[in-house]
Ligand binder design. Structure first.
Ligand SMILES: [Zn+2]
Length: 112
């Protein structure tokens, strides 16, 4: 009788172990599906924006005020209220414009 009881206990233990293993596997698979769904959802919700930087294409954009031989960077206080013309640094230098000192000082401060 003792031998049979031992067998029964072993069978129950084996069943219990496999049930636990099954639960573990199922749980893992479920989690992986959830992660995959989250990744797919994020990918469709936010398409990567094209990172086009115009300044790399044909030089940095600067601004000139008609009648002045200085070129300014975007945001310069000397451009405020002025009807500025936009062109590239290359164009400005070709037309013998010189860099505005206010902009140069601002750049120096902004630089790391
Ligand atoms: Zn300026």
């Amino acid at each position: 009788m003792g031998w049979l009881l031992e067998q029964v206990v072993l069978v129950y233990a084996a069943l219990g172990a496999s049930a636990a293993g099954l639960a573990l596997v199922l749980g893992k698979a479920w989690r992986q599906r959830r992660v995959k769904a989250a990744v797919v959802g994020a990918a469709t919700a936010e398409p990567p924006e094209p990172d086009l930087d115009e300044s790399d294409a044909d030089g940095e954009r600067v601004f000139v005020i008609p009648g002045r031989m200085r070129f300014h960077r975007s945001g310069c206080r000397l451009l405020e209220g002025k009807d500025a013309e936009e062109l590239t640094v290359k164009e400005a230098e070709e037309e013998s414009f010189t860099a505005c000192t206010v902009c140069a000082a601002r750049e120096a401060v902004a630089a790391p």
